[in-house]
Design a protein around this ligand. Structure first.
Ligand code: ZN
Length: 466
């Protein structure tokens, strides 16, 4: 099967894309509906394997008749849905009748694959990492307090897989090695002890990753990383390796301009498929683990916004710093929407870091924004925000607005607390004005940078400071 063209499969991917699932949010009801559809397809065996803490169904889908057993689960962290979508794309690939039938037959002849999509449906509902007990399932492999962790162990005991794929999302701040290439896909063969010994079981994972990497490189030569290999005794991958299951961690990362991780979802599809094919045709046997160790390490070297060489006035003195800012993506469950809280992560010499948005502000200086006191009780909808921003205002002070949230859908911050003093320091909200020879050129509101002579506002939301 050496002549398989992943490029051709990649080009045909749209055909397999499960259109019922759109990132960044997947809810359990969508999985339930898709399971109905899968049940009618002959090649799949579907099973209700149990329930989450809040009583949501957890399913498995299996296919193939081979001896080599593979267990794949996704979204044990509720806010990490990318691979769940990729799994359903793969299922469409397998059930589709097309020019790749011979590849599928080969895989299904040699392997039996069990998928458990969305292991943590309660977390998915609220877009939170933990389950309904607020327990991180990937730190519960030893104690098994959560229903979902028990189910995963039961699956492993029942299936007795040779390989296990543990599918996650990581945040957008990782790079492939010391570079500004974001890590799109990060891979790991977890260790089974603190010494990180390379056991036979782990060796197999490493070889398979080397093979997957070889194939992924066709599409993202510079955006593949090797995840941190510190031993975590409470995690599933590490425990599975210990019990003789060759585990592989796949982290869906970040690519600039990849809106809603469409491309990452596709790369995940390719990554998993490349692994299945390599297991079926045994091509990973010949891989050298040197190739595994040559994959650049996953490094946290990116900020959402990096402002370099900007001057700050403090006690009458000017000094030069870099400012690194991240915007935390949060989910408003009641309104079913995402918003951001932007904070300064670090100030100082950040020359080893990179910005997803990266500015050199040599000859610019930073001042804190003003507070606009809404003494006439104007409604927020009546306010000309762009004018306020141009005049250097970053906050509106009013006791009259009733907002019980920590954000507003306006490009400015709301202040309830009169004693709040904006500060340029790490962990503070990221709000300031950037000037050049006394002119206000840019303003940063809630971690979003706005050029002031542009009427198109790109600040997605403000913070509410209580
Ligand atoms: Zn995770």
């Amino acid at each position: 099967m050496n002549e398989i063209s992943f490029k051709l499969i990649y080009e045909n991917y749209e055909k397999y894309l499960e259109k019922c699932l759109a990132l960044p949010l997947i809810k359990h009801i969508q999985i339930k509906n898709l399971m109905e559809k899968l049940r009618s397809k002959k090649i799949f065996t579907t099973e209700l394997i149990g329930y989450s803490v809040e009583g949501r169904e957890i399913f498995s889908i299996s296919l193939g008749k081979g001896n080599r057993k593979i267990l794949v689960w996704s979204q044990m962290h509720g806010n990490e849905p990318t691979a769940t979508a990729s799994i359903f794309d793969l299922l469409n690939f397998f059930s589709c009748d097309d020019e790749f039938n011979s590849i599928k037959e080969k895989i299904l002849d040699k392997t039996k694959i069990y998928f458990v999509p969305m292991l943590n449906p309660d977390g998915a509902e609220k877009f939170q990492r933990e389950n309904a007990f607020n327990i991180d399932l990937n730190r519960d492999a030893l104690r098994k307090e959560s229903y979902e962790s028990k189910l995963l162990w039961q699956m492993a005991e029942k299936v007795k897989p040779e390989f296990a794929f543990n599918l996650h999302d990581q945040n957008s701040y990782y790079t492939a090695g010391y570079s500004n290439n974001s890590a799109a896909i990060s891979l790991l063969a977890p260790p089974s002890d603190f010494e990180k010994n390379i056991t036979e079981t782990r060796l197999k994972s490493m070889k398979l990753i080397a093979k997957m990497c070889e194939i992924l490189k066709e599409f993202i030569p510079n955006n593949i990383a090797r995840y941190n290999d510190e031993y975590e005794p409470r995690a599933f991958g590490d425990n599975f390796i210990k019990s003789g299951i060759s585990s592989i961690l796949i982290e869906s990362g970040f690519l600039k301009d990849d809106i809603n991780k469409k491309l990452i979802r596709k790369l995940n599809f390719i990554a998993l498929l490349s692994a299945f094919i390599s297991i079926a045709d045994e091509t990973y046997y010949g891989c050298d683990i040197k190739e595994y160790f040559l994959i650049p390490e996953n490094k946290p070297l990116l900020f959402d916004l990096l402002l370099r060489n900007v001057s700050i006035l403090n006690n009458g003195k000017l000094f030069k710093v870099d400012i690194g800012i991240n915007r935390e993506k949060k989910y408003d469950y009641a309104l079913n929407k995402f918003y951001y809280i932007g904070k300064i992560k670090e100030i100082g010499d950040l020359s080893i870091y990179y910005g997803i948005e990266d500015y050199n502000f040599e000859n610019y200086y930073v001042v804190l924004p003003n507070v606009y006191v809404n003494s006439f009780g104007k409604k927020l909808t009546e306010i000309n925000f762009l004018k306020l921003l141009k005049d250097g205002y970053g906050f509106i002070f009013s006791k009259e607005y009733e907002i019980d949230k920590d954000y507003v859908d306006y490009p400015i911050n709301i202040l309830y607390n009169k004693n709040y003093k904006p500060k340029l320091a790490s962990d503070e909200y990221a709000n300031f004005v950037i000037k050049r020879s006394n002119n206000r050129i840019y303003i940063v509101i809630n971690g979003f940078i706005q050029i002031l002579n542009n009427s198109e506002i790109r600040i997605l939301n403000g913070t509410v400071i209580h």
